[in-house]
Design a protein around this ligand. Structure first.
Ligand SMILES: [Ca+2]
Ligand SMILES: [Ca+2]
Ligand SMILES: [Ca+2]
Ligand SMILES: [Ca+2]
Length: 259
């Protein structure tokens, strides 16, 4: 006879079995919870990476479309530098004057038209897009800590702001009216020769963005990123990194209306 039965309680064996079962059940619940949490975090990372990459492209699209904007036909605004990993351009969108003497520069006249003056020395009239960590200017990040950087003239000094994080590659292709790539790939860094800058009619931008910069953001199941990322011309702009990060490539072509 088993001692426990006499008291209507549990035997030691029954208790052990019950404990084992409940720990298995708890284990399954925990594993399911962990898996769900992980897939949720992953989805969130992917969404963040996509939003981040789109924001980068959108910001550049909007502003590069204005490159060389020259409402007074002064001939001054232009693309001043067209490299594989950066672009610098000017435009005449302000005159920097305080017309009504209220100590604030007036960006528009009384009829709502932009106040322009045929020069490119006013606020936001000179812009550069480049990577924040790319000393050799090849459009490939020199390390994991690399963002899309916008440099701008504020009317008195150059300023810079990082507008999109974790950008591994930023690639420009400059096309003439026949769709021919104007970059001389023999130059260091590859760029459009000065004499060809005025022939640029459209710009293709391609970015490769990465999700996160620590192992926490790694791909599942020991996967590695062995993809070569290419631009619209089929050229490799970021060779396979063979690390454990997730990446996305986005590309856009901008017609420069003012060129
Ligand atoms: Ca001015
Ligand atoms: Ca004013
Ligand atoms: Ca101006
Ligand atoms: Ca580089």
């Amino acid at each position: 006879m088993i001692f426990g039965r006499k008291n209507g309680g549990f035997t030691l064996v029954e208790l052990l079995v019950a404990m084992a079962i409940s720990s298995i059940v708890l284990g399954i619940i925990y594993a399911t919870y962990q898996a769900q949490l992980k897939s949720q975090v992953t989805q969130q990372q992917v969404v963040e990476m996509q939003q981040n990459a789109r924001a980068a492209i959108y910001a550049m699209e909007r502003e590069i479309r204005l490159a060389a904007y020259d409402p007074t036909e002064s001939g001054v605004p232009q693309i001043t530098s067209a490299q594989i990993g950066s672009i610098t351009f000017t435009m005449d969108i302000h005159n920097g004057l305080d017309d009504d003497s209220d100590s604030a520069v007036d960006e528009f006249d009384e009829r709502g038209r932009p106040n322009v003056d045929g020069d490119v020395n006013d606020n936001l009239e000179q812009i550069t897009y480049r990577l924040s960590n790319d000393a050799d200017n090849d459009g490939i990040a020199d390390g994991l800590n690399c963002n899309l950087q916008r440099r701008y003239w504020d009317g008195a000094a150059m300023q810079s702001a990082d507008i999109s994080q974790n950008i591994d590659a930023l690639n420009f292709v400059y096309l003439n009216q026949n769709g021919v790539d104007l970059i001389d790939y023999g130059l260091t860094p590859p760029s459009v020769p000065a004499g060809q800058l005025a022939n640029i009619r459209s710009v293709q931008i391609t970015t490769v963005a990465r999700a996160g910069e620590t192992a926490r953001y790694a791909l599942p199941n020991n996967e590695t990123d062995d993809k070569n990322y290419t631009n619209q011309q089929g050229a490799v702009i970021l060779p396979a990194q063979n690390d454990r990060f997730r990446r996305i490539v986005l590309s856009s072509e901008i017609l420069c209306r003012n060129l």
